[in-house]
Design a protein around this ligand. Structure first.
Ligand SMILES: Nc1nc2c(c(=O)[nH]1)N[C@H]1C(S)=C(S)[C@@H](COP(=O)(O)O)O[C@H]1N2
Ligand SMILES: [Mo]
Length: 338
């Protein structure tokens, strides 16, 4: 079981500039070695957790009020697989955020002026305490954790990313869902002025982007609400200022720039499921045995993956999190409920 008593270390103690510089040489070696290492909690994974962010790349600071939270973030060593992290450059320049365009480079190109503060989040539906809250107030009681997760896109590429966030379950409990709250729906901001693709008349998605989880999935300790990555605030292209991360599901479930969390009794219609129901299911659990109608899901390209010598690895059931999550789907036909 991965979810145990976490070994708590202040994230800031090991992500400072000087630490980064001192360890840079050692890290380079460690990154090379780690590709061949499968030992989960070895000293290697410790070294890898020190994020290699080249000086010429932006670090997203986020609003002033978020800084103390980021600095105080605790590194949760239980969520470190020993796999090489995606270089920061890849994580912030190879994105799916269709509101900014469908090309992988569109989000980094067009999202830089996106306004992420002030930001409101509406909590609605089957909860005792609905309301329209400032993000700062939503986050106030939650300490941030630094967790490394695999992100597996339905397009068969993947990255390993260190997130800064807190369990969604902690947030949900505060708003007291009623007994009718069987599903949770998440909605991305709708803003034609700022999001070019929402103005386009031949887009594929019916905006706003919506996603959903069953309440037990939403309450699962792996399900993370994130506000940062690589020890910094979330870049706009990665879903600033508030983004869901559900590591055992295809990436499209990890909805970005969330403005609404809504509790319902019935299974919500979600964006990709509405767009192409034969290709994208509600559950979208990573499953190497159920192929996409147009391509295999048995393997994935782990980024970075050079075109001429692609880094192809086997896809794992539930993206490698089966031990923690498979029991939620006992009795469910995963071929039918893909
Ligand atoms: N609002 C919104 N959220 C989204 C998407 C999107 O287009 N719009 N794309 C999804 C898909 S398909 C993936 S793979 C991940 C990509 O996250 P990344 O760009 O941080 O790697 O975001 C998901 N969240
Ligand atoms: Mo994706």
């Amino acid at each position: 079981m991965l979810i145990g008593k976490p070994e708590l270390i202040r994230s800031s103690e090991i992500t400072s500039e000087t630490a980064y510089r001192n360890r840079r040489q050692f890290m380079k070696k460690a990154v090379g070695l780690a590709a061949f290492s499968t030992i989960p909690f070895s000293p290697l994974s410790w070294a890898l957790a020190d994020y290699d962010i080249p000086d010429d790349l932006p670090r997203y600071k986020g609003p002033q009020w978020l800084q103390p939270k980021i600095t105080a973030a605790i590194r949760n060593q239980d969520f470190s697989s020993g796999e090489a992290l995606a270089p920061y450059y890849h994580a912030i320049t190879h994105n799916n955020f269709y509101e900014f365009g469908t090309d992988k480079r569109d989000p980094v190109r067009y999202a830089q002026q996106f306004r992420t503060d002030p930001w409101k989040v509406e909590i609605s539906g089957e909860v005792v305490k609905p309301g329209n809250y400032n993000l700062e107030d939503i986050l106030a009681p939650h300490a941030l954790e630094d967790r490394v997760y695999r992100l597996r896109c339905v397009e068969a590429w993947s990255m390993v990313i260190p997130w800064l966030g807190f369990p969604l379950s902690e947030l949900i409990k505060r708003f007291e869902p009623t007994s009718k709250a069987k599903y949770v729906l998440f909605e991305t901001i709708l803003d034609k002025e700022q999001l070019p693709e929402q103005r386009s008349s031949f887009g594929t998605i019916d905006w706003p982007y919506v996603e959903g989880l069953r309440i037990d999935e939403a309450m699962h300790p792996l399900t993370l609400m994130t506000v940062g990555m690589y020890g910094n605030a979330l870049p706009p292209q990665n879903g600033a200022p508030l983004r869901l991360v559900v590591p055992w599901k295809y990436g499209f479930k990890s909805i970005k720039s969330v403005v609404r969390i809504h509790f319902t009794e019935t299974m919500p219609l979600t964006s990709w499921n509405k767009t192409a129901p034969d290709e994208y299911g509600f559950y979208a659990n990573v499953n190497p045995l159920v192929d996409h109608p147009r391509w295999s899901q048995a393997t994935e390209r782990r980024l970075p993956s050079p075109l001429l010598s692609p880094n192809i690895i086997d896809t794992q059931p539930f993206n490698g999190y089966a031990e923690q999550v498979a029991s939620m789907y006992r009795g469910l036909d995963l071929k039918q409920w893909f």
